[in-house]
Design a protein around this ligand. Structure first.
Ligand SMILES: [Zn+2]
Length: 363
């Protein structure tokens, strides 16, 4: 253990940090098949996982996320690997740690933790105690392998956020949590950026950073960061990890339409809108990430863009996020749940919908 945490140290010394891009969609390009658990590659093909991390470090990433998004016992159970939580998560963190440590600069290893895929009480069967224990089990293994920070992502329900933060928080490392606001400006379970701001204040431990990942596209991500920033104020460290454009279902697979140029503009607008940690989610390749880094390096943080500037540069924004941007938080005022965008959920089955990151969820 170093006496100073790499993540909190970098945050304290840099105006912004670059997080990495996609895991799943890049692993598919390396031969992962739909239905396979990416986490099994931590022991079957550690060289390929290391190569992906290396390509993001080479592109300039300050933070790399471990290949452990589906590493809770509940997700691994789908692959009969529920008894391998410690092994697979520790391996995931070790692979990333090794790449980070030979980079010659400070690179943060973020232990990725995704949803269990189970619906929690009171709507579903999973109790908060069991969920919290599962997240703690995963977090301990990630910490043992050398993670600097525990990185909870693609969350959508308050209950699961609370369980994940409490479980991950039991390890003693900084905790980050991002939701996927992919349903008309809200998470699938109805949480708006304003709601998340209220929830965040009640979490224990408090988050080192929070924000938004995945979702429906670059413009929606920037709007979401604007809305989170308006609700949370300037002292909260915000994370933007947006998809590489809009997911589209083409010939049986999901394709992301974002160019490196679009992701460059997204990165600058996310920074100007209040994000301090910026990266990509589904579809974001090392090439996209390099373009984002170059754009951020050449950019001086400016004033928050106007909504119409975001739309004209990056594309349409949902009516819900628009209403929230205008300060309207009520469902009656237009900030209602109910998608009006193509959400590109083709890969997923309904039952695992809460596990919702098409990028990470090969299952
Ligand atoms: Zn994603």
């Amino acid at each position: 253990m170093t006496t100073t945490n790499r993540f909190t140290h970098l945050l304290a010394t840099r105006p912004w940090l670059l997080a990495d891009g996609a895991t799943g969609s890049n692993l598919f390009d390396m031969g992962l098949m739909s239905g396979d658990a990416p986490e099994l590659w931590n022991t079957e093909h550690p060289d390929r996982i290391a190569k992906l991390h290396q390509s993001f470090v080479d592109a300039g990433a300050d933070i790399i996320l471990t290949n452990s998004f589906g590493g809770t016992q509940y997700r691994l159970k789908l692959h009969r690997a529920q008894d391998r939580v410690a092994e697979l998560n520790t391996a995931a963190a070790r692979i990333a740690r090794e790449v980070a440590d030979k980079s010659g600069r400070t690179v943060v290893v973020a232990g990725s933790i995704g949803p269990t895929g189970e619906i929690m009480e009171p709507i579903g069967p999973l109790t908060k105690e069991l969920a919290q224990a599962a997240f703690a089990e995963q977090a301990r293994a990630l910490a043992a392998g050398g993670a600097d920070v525990l990185w909870i992502e693609t969350m959508s329900s308050r209950e699961e956020v609370e369980a994940a933060v409490a479980g991950a928080g039991s390890v003693g490392l900084p905790v980050v949590c991002t939701l996927s606001f992919d349903t008309n400006g809200r998470s699938m379970m109805g949480i708006s950026p304003s709601d998340f701001s209220e929830i965040e204040k009640t979490l224990s431990p408090r988050l080192a950073a929070c924000g938004s990942n995945c979702g429906v596209g670059a413009s929606e991500m920037v709007a979401c960061i604007h809305n989170l920033s308006a609700a949370m104020g300037p002292d909260v460290v915000l994370v933007a990890k947006g998809n590489c454009g809009i997911p589209q279902y083409v010939d049986g697979s999901i394709v992301y339409n974002g160019t490196p140029e679009l992701m460059s503009v997204y990165a600058k607008m996310a920074l100007d809108s209040g994000a301090r940690i910026i990266g990509g989610c589904c579809g974001t390749s090392p090439k996209h990430l390099r373009a984002m880094k170059d754009a951020l390096d050449a950019h001086t943080k400016g004033k928050t863009p106007e909504l119409e500037e975001v739309v004209s540069a990056l594309g349409e924004i949902s009516t819900g996020a628009r209403a929230q941007w205008g300060g309207e938080q009520s469902r009656a005022g237009g900030a209602a749940a109910g998608a009006n965008l193509n959400r590109g959920r083709g890969r997923r089955s309904g039952g695992a919908a809460a596990a919702g990151d098409a990028d990470k969820s090969a299952s």
